[in-house]
Design a protein around this ligand. Sequence first.
Ligand code: HEC
Ligand code: HEC
Ligand code: HEC
Ligand code: HEC
Ligand code: HEC
Ligand code: HEC
Ligand code: HEC
Ligand code: HEC
Ligand code: HEC
Length: 422
Amino acid sequence: MAILQNRLGALGALCGVVLAGLVLFVACLAHAQTSNSCLDCHAGLPDPLGVSQEKFSQDVHAQKGLTCVSCHGGDPTSDDPDKAMNKKAGWKGKIERKQIPELCGSCHSDPYYIRQFNPGLRTDQLDQYRTSVHGKRLVAGDTKVAVCIDCHSVHDIRAPSDPRSTVNPVNVATTCAGCHANDGYMKGYSIPTDQFAKYDVSVHHEALAVRGDLSAPTCSTCHGNHGAVPPGVDKVQNVCSNCHAFQDQMYEKSSHKKAFQASSLPGCVVCHSNHAITYPSDAKLGTGPEAVCMRCHTPGDKCDQARARLQAKLISLDLAIKKADQALALAESSGMEVGEARMAQAQARDSLTKARVTIHSFQESLADQDIQAGLKIAAEDLQAGQAAMVERNRRRAGLGVSLVAIGMVLAGLRLYIKKIER
Ligand code: HEC
Ligand code: HEC
Ligand code: HEC
Ligand code: HEC
Ligand code: HEC
Ligand code: HEC
Ligand code: HEC
Ligand code: HEC
Ligand code: HEC
């Protein structure tokens, strides 16, 4: 029994030693795997050669286990710069701008490779990029155009969903503006540099950046992330219909559609512009500074007359709704029940919204249907509000009469009591 105990003790000790050895071995292995002489040395170098541990640890590639060598090649196990950065060890050195799309594409265009990490990630960025103005000009030798790292940054590339990513929807406009709003950088090109300034004051920017409405477009939504145009769009100028489908349906019916196409005019953008899209108002149909119609139509012609009637009707519906609103508010504050008419007002407002969509057919009769429907409801609601006030006045009058009667009875009673007392 004692012998057995001794043997067991010895076995236990042996196991302990083996286990400790194993732990040490695994630790060494792990060290060998994470040892990265490139990062160790470059972390201490000044810009532009410096790449800090802190920065690189934010990079999606580092987070997925890739290292400096995945892009630059070389031998990361050697502390000797001549061995580490040796062409024989596959070291590529600094990647020239012209080579960058090919480098990124070497992994990102390979569906078999990418699938191992993220089966849902697209692998068409390089193909798409080649169709863009950026991609085409780069091939032709213009290295000032955007390459992958101008939009994505380098050494701290993040997934687009990360709010700190340079291509997160909220940051895209600033990223593009880095070049496109820079007069010095864009000197020598014939295109304007006002896109950002205009987009910055647009309804779209307000919806996206101020109200956090991610369904509103930023630069890359209309221009495509990588390609010349977003998927399903033949020309950038036709992109609006992706989101504003109802206006588009109406516009398709209009004679503007045919007429604009015949003279190669771009559609929605003719009246709304592309970057500085503002809140539309009925004034856009007028003849003042916001107006768009009179650029083409002659005062007094049949289209101008139709325009004037449409504007007048929209304004009258707007006014009718406001008047009914006021009447209902007054009735409500006087304690009258007008809930039903209040609900109906929502329908009147809907009709106005619809009419402002339907005008895109530029057929008076179509817009008129919505306007008349709205006017009818607003008139009924106005009446309901007014009737409620008449009812209230009637009740007040009734109350007044009863008060007078009660007062007279009381006075009579008093006289009578006095008479009895005497
Ligand atoms: C002991 C320090 C040291 C190590 C280790 C080291 N580098 Fe460097 N590296 C430098 C210095 C210094 C320079 C700048 C001088 C030069 O170009 O040789 C440089 C330059 C570079 C450049 C820019 C070359 C250019 O043309 O501008 C790249 C890219 C680079 N290193 C990547 C790497 C990679 C990848 C590794 C690991 C495989 C690595 N380095 C390892 C010190 C180091
Ligand atoms: C996803 C690919 C990728 C990874 C990973 C990567 N780099 Fe780079 N690196 C690039 C590209 C692309 C450039 C060219 C940047 C430019 O033209 O401004 C570059 C440039 C450099 C330069 C030259 C900077 C200059 O302006 O001269 C150095 C040095 C460098 N990288 C070191 C590193 C080190 C060290 C690591 C690892 C910590 C690393 N890189 C990881 C893609 C990568
Ligand atoms: C050695 C292969 C390789 C190279 C080279 C490479 N990448 Fe990646 N990249 C990956 C892998 C793997 C992922 C992780 C995919 C995942 O899990 O989502 C990734 C992720 C990304 C993501 C985040 C995608 C997402 O939505 O999650 C972006 C953006 C990106 N890479 C851009 C670049 C750019 C720009 C370059 C060139 C400077 C580049 N990559 C070079 C392999 C590579
Ligand atoms: C003009 C700016 C720009 C350039 C150039 C660019 N990207 Fe992108 N990239 C974006 C934007 C914007 C997104 C999408 C953000 C989102 O999904 O909201 C994106 C998304 C990605 C993604 C995530 C998956 C996807 O397709 O949505 C990868 C990977 C990627 N880019 C790789 C690349 C590579 C590789 C290159 C070079 C061949 C490149 N990008 C060039 C702006 C750019
Ligand atoms: C590194 C600088 C740079 C960045 C960043 C950049 N661009 Fe460009 N872009 C250029 C240059 C240079 C041209 C060529 C100008 C020309 O076409 O005459 C160009 C051309 C274009 C064109 C074609 C213009 C035309 O009609 O010829 C569009 C559209 C465009 N860029 C959109 C974008 C968008 C959207 C972004 C951001 C997602 C972006 N760019 C980011 C430099 C940049
Ligand atoms: C609502 C869609 C939309 C948004 C958002 C948008 N654009 Fe445009 N952009 C257009 C249209 C449409 C054109 C005209 C294209 C045509 O005529 O084929 C255009 C033209 C351009 C051009 C060509 C030169 C010019 O000004 O005509 C550049 C460059 C450009 N946009 C960059 C940008 C940048 C940068 C942003 C973000 C700050 C941006 N765009 C936001 C729709 C948009
Ligand atoms: C990616 C979707 C998307 C695209 C593409 C788009 N828009 Fe918009 N647009 C929106 C959103 C979201 C709003 C904000 C709606 C709101 O305020 O309720 C908006 C608002 C507007 C408004 C103001 C509407 C209002 O009721 O105040 C106009 C006008 C407009 N867009 C015109 C255009 C034109 C013209 C184009 C094409 C050049 C275009 N949009 C492209 C999504 C889009
Ligand atoms: C011939 C000029 C013209 C064209 C072309 C045009 N619009 Fe309009 N659009 C207007 C006017 C005028 C208004 C303002 C109506 C009002 O508020 O009374 C308007 C209003 C709008 C509104 C806001 C509607 C609302 O609820 O207040 C949107 C969104 C819109 N247009 C999108 C588009 C789209 C998308 C296209 C292309 C399919 C387009 N427009 C083509 C003149 C035009
Ligand atoms: C870019 C020039 C242009 C602008 C801007 C423009 N139109 Fe037109 N419009 C035309 C042309 C061309 C026609 C077709 C030929 C014709 O009937 O005169 C047309 C036709 C019409 C018609 C007749 C439709 C039919 O089917 O009979 C009406 C109504 C009309 N436009 C109203 C407007 C209104 C309202 C605006 C402003 C919101 C406007 N237009 C802005 C050029 C324009």
